[in-house]
Design a protein around this ligand. Structure first.
Ligand code: AMP
Ligand code: AHG
Ligand code: MN
Ligand code: MN
Length: 352
């Protein structure tokens, strides 16, 4: 034992925590009462609880199926149920949510109080990947109710276009736990330090490259796609002359690489940080595609636009779509502005 211990080292330089980032946002929001900040902190708590169980799922017998099917007709995994219950419990206790809607619940939950906010979420995205230890996630969107004190919470509070979102985010439970979120002032990534249960700002102001070189789509559906989508899929992986150069040579493009995880959060996160395009088109089996507008497409579209990217249903902006049903599905094309624009040209026939 040394005769004298070295002096206590100054605390390591500490990065910006999610809590500090959110608090800064509150000070910048004129007249904020703190309810929104409290809601975001509750969402952060729920995410950290889910994360701790995702990490131990294999040991905590949370893998596997519950034997039930949800409103989507999909078999429900234990982690879906657990994640849903955590989010429902924490959000109800916050007292800020007049309406809560989940992929796992047939109906929207309407509070008996005048909670100011609506929270829509996919508690566990990528369920089919749980048993193969592939990245899964949680996705949410927050809307503010109009005249919350004067009206009782209703389904109409939830069926609003995504352009009215006031906050959205996703968590990717991957090699590390990344929380990407926006309150309308840019898109920011936070990484969880599991040893202290704090999220630290790791990717401030994420910007999607204007063009990428990766496409992400389930090509197993190729035979069921409309011809114009098939044309796009052939184009994106073709080698093409890219026009003569001054010396008269005709170089060729490098075809796009393919990446497809099958968890929206994982495919979207890669596309957000590296650029390129993710597509889940409609097909002859899923007439409106597979992904849900309110708690998958809209939050992702909000985040991508905050990061300078784009999100369409094939022709129109996802955030402009007027929802008619809680669990309605929508074709979703997300990614770099230029890549999404080219996809749209195939859909409209400008390219063939
Ligand atoms: P509040 O009075 O706390 O419900 O906040 C009113 C509105 O101000 C919210 O709906 C947000 O649009 C904005 N706001 C409040 N707090 C924050 C925050 N921490 N970060 C970003 N925006 C905020
Ligand atoms: P969820 O697990 O919440 O039902 O979402 C699964 C979705 C989404 O994560 C992913 O992009 C898509 O299913 C993959 O569908 P395919 O397996 O048909 O490609
Ligand atoms: Mn999902
Ligand atoms: Mn899900």
């Amino acid at each position: 034992m040394p005769d004298s211990l070295p002096p206590l080292r100054a605390a390591a330089v500490v990065g910006t925590t999610l809590r500090e980032h959110v608090l800064h946002g509150m000070h910048a929001a004129k007249g904020a009462t703190g309810e929104f900040t409290s809601l975001l902190n509750h969402i952060s708590l729920a995410i950290r609880i889910i994360n701790s169980r995702v990490r131990a799922a294999g040991l905590a017998d949370l893998l596997g199926y519950t034997g039930e099917t949800n409103v989507q007709g999909e078999s429900v995994q234990k982690l879906d149920t657990f994640s849903n219950e955590v989010l429902m419990n924490v959000l109800e206790r916050s007292g800020h949510c007049g309406v809560i809607a989940s992929e796992e619940l047939d109906e929207a939950q309407l509070a008996d109080h005048h909670g100011k906010y609506v929270v829509l979420f996919d508690p566990l995205d990528g369920s089919s990947n749980i048993d193969t230890n592939v990245g899964i996630g949680t996705i949410f969107a927050v809307l503010r109710r109009n005249e919350p004190k004067l009206s009782r919470p209703s389904l109409a509070d939830a069926l609003r276009p995504g352009r009215e979102i006031v906050a959205a985010g996703y968590v990717l439970y991957g090699p590390s736990t990344i929380f990407v979120m926006s309150t309308g002032q840019g898109c920011h990534g936070f990484t969880l330090d599991p040893s202290i249960g704090e999220f630290f700002l790791s990717q401030p102001d994420i910007q999607v490259p204007t063009r990428g070189n990766c496409y992400s789509v389930n090509e197993g559906n190729f035979s069921r796609w409309a011809p114009e989508i098939q044309n796009w899929a052939r184009w994106v992986k073709a080698v093409r002359p890219v026009g003569p150069t001054p010396d008269g040579s005709t170089p060729f493009n490098t075809p796009y690489g393919a990446r497809y995880v099958g968890s929206l959060v994982a495919d979207a996160h890669r596309t957000l940080v590296k650029g390129g395009i993710f597509a889940y088109p409609a097909d002859s089996k899923s007439k409106n595609g597979k992904l849900r507008l309110l708690y998958e497409a809209n939050p992702m579209a909000f985040l991508f636009e905050q990061a300078g990217g784009a999100a369409i249903n094939g022709t129109e902006r996802i955030l402009d779509m007027m929802p008619t049903e809680l669990h309605q599905r929508v074709p979703l094309i997300l990614g770099s502005k230029d890549d999404v624009a080219v996809y749209r040209q195939f859909v409209t026939g400008e390219r063939t």
